[in-house]
Design a protein. Sequence first.
Length: 209
Amino acid sequence: MGSKAVFLDRDGTITPETGAREADPDVEPLPESFGAVRTLRRAGFLVVVVTNQSGIARGYYTEAELRGMHDALMHKFAEAGAPIDALYYCPHLPDGEVAEYAVECNCRKPRPGLLLRAAQEHEIDLPASYMVGDTERDIQAGRAAGCKGTALIRPDQRDTFTLDFGAAPQWQQVMQQMKEAVETGANAVVPDVAVAADWILAVEESDRG
């Protein structure tokens, strides 16, 4: 049996969703992402980032520039006492401008190639693992890889959503979350990665009980 892991999308999950056309090494992680990673690591999970970066295929930035950004990002997490175990990216886009990367691939989410590669290289038990991201393609990739659970981030809920396992949220909010979960195939709809981490730990505790 391998290790259990939580796969995290990058943009909109642990860093802001800026739509930037450059690989900015100065990008600051979302504040809640540090605590989320620490929470997951204390619970025994590997933390692996999996991200589509079609800006390479579009000619916006190079792989070397992206690696520089990712090195800086990983350093920030390590400095915060929340080291990320691995980071994988897909540089492809079938209709991209850079011929080398303008190909069909198995690593661009919603396909599961990034997760499968990580599982092979880090001996990850996918049926014991989770995928967290802010788009439907993240959820689809997690499901295609056979993950135990998936959580969809909806940042617009950040100011109103509270996770209280002792009391149900307001009925309208529950119905909206159920609707989004059904539409995307997610197991949970949460406002940010910190709440996703709490949800994962709650699922694990429930399964042990």
